[in-house]
Each structure stands twice: as C-alpha cells, then as structure tokens.
Design a protein around this ligand. Sequence first.
Ligand code: MN
Length: 235
Amino acid sequence: MTHTASPEMILTPPSVPTVAVRGTESRFPVNRIFCVGRNYAAHAREMGMEVDRESPFYFTKSACCIVASGATVPYPPGTSNYHHEMELVVAIDKPAFCVAIEDALEVVFGYACGLDMTRRDLQLEARDKGRPWDLGKNFEDSAVISTLITASESGHIDRGDISLSVNNEVRQSGDISDLIWSVPELIADLSKYYHLRPGDLLYTGTPAGVGPVEAGDVITGSIERVGSIEFTIAT
Ligand code: MN
C-alpha cells in the first residue's frame, strides 16, 4: 500500500469559518475579511471627518471574527463603548487582481447583511494617536453576517434601504445608493493592492447613526433585496 505521508500537526488546525448560502445546503468558506472605512458621507461627518473622493481606505478583520446572524455573544472585553455598524457585505468567489470597474461584478458571488461591531473607544484612541485600528475592529465575534444570497438571485445591489434597530428602535437608516465608493469601484480599487481570492468578504461601510449597545440589547438590521440580520448581546 502506498500513501502520501503528511506531516503531523502539533495542533488541530482551526476549522475554516463558513457562511450559509440561503436556500441551499452549501456553505461559503471565508478566506479574508476586508472592511471599508467612512463610505457614507453622513457617517464620515458624524465621526468628525471630512468626506473626500481621494481614495477608499480599508482595514481587515481575521476570518475567525465571523459570527452568524442569530448569535448571542458576551459584551467584549476592553471597551465601554461597543458600537453597531450595519453594512452590505460582498462575497467574492473568483480570483481578481487589477480588475477593471466594468468587470468587477463578475467576481461577486453574492451579498449578505453584516455588522462591523466596533470597540469605538479603542478605535478612536488608535485613530487619534495614529495607531492601527486592530484593537477597535479586529476582535472575536466582531464580524456578524447573515446568510448569503447569490447575485443571480438578488441581482447586483446598488440601491435600496439599509437600516438597523436596537430593541426595535431605529438607529441607522440609509440607502445603498449613498455609498461614496460603489461595490464595483471598491473591488477594482482593492484588487490593485491584493490578489483577491475566492472566499474573500468585503464589508462596504456603514451609514450614519452608529451608536453603543449594552448587555441584553437585541440588534436587528435589514437591506432591501439582501435580507436581514439579528445579533444579541448577552446579559
Ligand atoms: Mn464599518
């Protein structure tokens, strides 16, 4: 009998995070999570920043930050200002490098509702000191995601209501058409800097109305033609 020897791992490798694909038994494996900063003018203003069309900017979250809609998670450590950010998420299923804007949607598998949960106090301290945003953005359970809807089912998402409520009170309400950088523009730009790969996710930024949540709060959000999301902070 012959077989290919494989090296013994000193640890059990962590499993790849996955996202359910709506209406199927299939799952989408998550490779990387890219996030866009300040991509709605009203949100940029509420963060005390100028709006510009110079270029988009990005930060990342580890794939292991993914948590499915419906989860209940503890209030995270190290913060006293834990914020919701409701976002359209784009799921990429083809390689893309230096892709043209007009070709960018060809690499989009589908869309989801996402929450870019943020330790705002740590993010703003980092921002104001010129430090990386990781402590504020890249932490356990910080990338909440709904099931994915395929683009063939939803059509490409370039407009429509995006909203978020906390305990049934509306906090964020906007329209996808107000994105400063559209989905094709973001993919074209990001692919100048990265070889985008199947499994990459892109959180496209949040509309105005971000704010704190507390233990026991229930966050619900929706995006027209995409779906809905729910996330509960444990008591
Ligand atoms: Mn965000």
